[in-house]
Ligand binder design. Structure first.
Ligand code: ADP
Length: 654
């Protein structure tokens, strides 16, 4: 039992451990999956933002390049007449500035590089205070030599205010006649070319050598993400780059809510898992206690010698302990679930067993227990003493009956043997007593009879010898006296067996019957005999209580003996006592073998018996005692089978 239980425990524990790994794994997978999902969605967002950034920057670069190229072309197409006339040059410049081209100043240099026109002019009031640029001679020369537009390196005019120039050579008939110079102020160029929606998203800068910021366009004062994107800004070249850094965009609310919800969900999951685990751990410990309790009780039950058997309210067996199985010889599997008749019910006592079974199920079983005959599987019949108690379920309701059984076969056998021994002893004692009585009677009678014999013999001799009759008289008188003495002896013996009315007292016959029934109860239970007793009217009589009890005991014992072969369920003694015509009329009816008419006449004869161990004195004494009480004893057939013995006693007059 022990190792099996611990193996089971181990198995259960390891299974539980596995069961616990699953939800944990599921939880980790869930959290991991959610985190991966969030990370991937974030990454996709970033990639999308970056792709947008790149395409925006490329677009901006295209746009700027377009502006610069267009300006180059327009400058190259300047009318020489305009270039020579200051007024016309101003108009031309204003037109150029009107394209939002980022141009800040236009100049016209002749083929020698001399400044011929400038708008705004260096004397312009609005430019006072700002240092005016001097066009780059190097770029001029290069442009004139190449006959192509050339951009100058950016240079600051004020701190943080950088500009660069474009020198566009103007040729007529294959000859460079002058150079149109456009000056771009980087800050203004960005302001003109970068649309507002782009400026809201990025900080756009133009960087020079070593990453120095030459101009910036931004509309939002905010922190920026570190990683921006830059492209080479050519023209103008000179290592300029166009750099855009996206502003730190707030995460979308839906995303935050989703992440938050997932975190809450994971927490709730973890919490419920923890609660569940706590609950299961408690349950396990309770189960453990229950298992201990169960094995303890089982060990207790298994060690019992008392058979235990539980039945439900329908009479179906729900449990048997090993002692019960040993007692009846059937294994538990074959007994559990069985309904009546049970295989262990003794064949000869089926009806009686069924009756007591039904009584128990109806809740009217004998509280003090009852004896029954059971049958072993081998066919051997055993005596059992059974106590039944209600079986109460966990909800306090009765769910069946629990019976405890003790095998009393050996005890009964010993009791029977003791009783038989006792009966044999009593029989022998009675024989001895009768023998003694007979010898003492013989002895008592022997003397007067011997005397009578000798007196009579003497008288005969005298008469033969012709002796006068008067001489014979004394001998005959002595013989008469001796015969009187013999009569006295007989009367004395008779008076011993006949009660004297002087000893009579008023007794309640009903009470005596109850006493006699009490004395016989054990024997009746043992022989599975039931009895009923009814009394009605006055039952007081005059008599000897001990002798009356003797009569009752005798009649009851005869009734019991007569039912030896009667089926147990019919073994009934019915006792009726009622007053009738000044008599207390007692009837003791049995359901026994009845009285054979052939022996009916001899029934009251002394020493008549049909029983092997009988003495045949019972009824003879009964009748003489009844008659000494001025009563009558008779018998008749019982219409239900068996016989009825009737006694009549005169009712007491006191
Ligand atoms: P004993 O009981 O010793 O045999 P009894 O005088 O009491 O002597 O009975 C004489 C016989 O009468 C019995 O052996 C039995 O055959 C018969 N007898 C007595 N009572 C009954 C009875 N109730 N039913 C049938 N037979 C009976």
């Amino acid at each position: 039992m022990g190792p099996v239980v611990s193996n089971l425990n181990l198995e259960r524990t390891s299974r539980w451990r596995w069961l616990w790994v699953l939800p944990r794994l599921a939880f980790l997978l869930f959290v991991g999956g959610v985190a991966l999902l969030l990370w991937m969605s974030d990454r996709a967002d970033n990639e999308e933002r970056r792709a947008t950034l790149i395409s925006d920057v490329l677009w901006l670069e295209q746009n700027l390049r377009f502006h610069l190229t267009r300006n180059e072309e327009l400058l190259g197409r300047i009318d020489l007449a305009h270039a020579r006339n200051a007024r016309d040059f101003e108009v031309f410049s204003r037109t150029m500035f009107g394209f939002e081209s980022g141009l800040r100043q236009l100049m016209w240099l002749d083929s020698e590089g001399l400044l011929k026109q400038s708008h705004p002019s260096p004397m312009d009031q609005s430019l006072i205070g700002e240092s005016m640029a001097v066009p780059s001679t190097q770029s001029f020369r290069l442009a004139r030599a190449l006959g192509k537009s050339v951009y100058s390196a950016p240079y600051p005019v004020l701190p943080n205010d950088w500009q660069f120039e474009v020198h566009v050579p103007v040729s007529r008939e294959g000859k460079v006649v002058g150079v149109a110079v456009g000056i771009y102020r980087i800050r203004d160029m960005l302001g003109d070319s970068v649309p507002w929606w782009l400026a809201e998203r990025y900080r756009i800068s133009i960087l020079g050598d070593g990453g120095r910021v030459l101009g910036t366009r931004s509309r939002v004062e905010s922190t920026v993400d570190e990683d921006g994107y830059q492209v080479i800004f050519d023209p103008p070249g000179w290592g300029l780059t166009l750099h855009a850094v996206p502003y730190h965009a707030p995460r979308p609310l839906a995303g935050i809510l989703l992440s938050g919800a997932l975190v809450v969900l994971a927490t709730v999951m973890l919490w419920s898992l923890w609660i569940l685990r706590r609950h299961v751990v408690r349950r396990q410990s309770v189960e453990e206690q229950l298992r201990h309790e169960h094995s303890f009780r089982k060990a207790m039950e298994d060690s019992l010698d008392t058979g235990m058997r539980a039945r439900n309210l329908d009479g179906e067996i729900t449990y048997v302990n090993p002692a019960f199985c040993r007692m009846v010889g059937w294994p538990a599997e074959e007994l559990i679930g069985r309904r009546p008749p049970m295989p262990y019910w003794a064949d000869d006592y089926l009806d009686e067993t069924r009756a007591i079974h039904d009584r128990v199920l109806a809740g009217h079983g004998p509280v003090e227990g009852f004896e029954l005959k059971f049958k072993r599987r081998s066919g051997e019949v055993i005596d059992v003493l059974i106590h039944e108690a209600p079986l109460i379920g966990g909800d306090g309701e009765q769910v069946g009956w629990m019976g405890s059984m003790v095998d009393i076969t050996d005890r009964k056998r010993a009791e029977d043997q003791a009783r038989q021994q006792q009966e044999r002893l009593q029989f022998t004692a009675r024989l001895v007593a009768v023998g003694e009585m007979a010898s003492s009677i013989a002895h008592e009678l022997n003397q007067p009879l011997a005397a009578i014999s000798s007196y009579c013999t003497g008288a005969v001799n005298l008469l033969r010898n012709q002796v006068p009759a008067a001489d014979v008289v004394p001998a005959l008188e002595k013989a008469v006296e001796q015969s009187r003495r013999a009569g006295q002896v007989i009367r004395r013996i008779y008076s011993l067996t006949r009660p004297s009315e002087n000893n009579f007292e008023a007794i309640d016959l009903a009470e005596r019957i109850e006493v006699a029934l009490g004395l016989m109860e054990g024997e009746m239970r043992q022989r599975l005999v039931r009895h009923s007793y009814e009394t009605q009217g006055p039952t007081m009589i005059d008599g000897d209580p001990v002798l009356i009890e003797q009569i009752l005991l005798n009649l009851l014992r005869n009734a019991l003996d007569s039912m030896r072969d009667t089926p147990p369920e019919q073994r009934t003694i019915t006792i009726e006592l009622k007053a009738s015509d000044g008599y207390a009329a007692l009837a003791i009816a049995d359901r026994g073998c009845g009285i054979d008419p052939a022996v009916a006449d001899k029934l009251f004869d002394p020493l008549f018996t049909t029983k092997p161990e009988g003495m045949g004195m019972g009824l003879a004494i009964c009748r003489s005692v009844v008659e000494s009480h001025r009563g009558r004893l008779s018998f008749e057939d019982n219409p239900l089978g068996g016989s009825v013995f009737r006694c009549l006693f005169p009712l007491s007059e006191h």
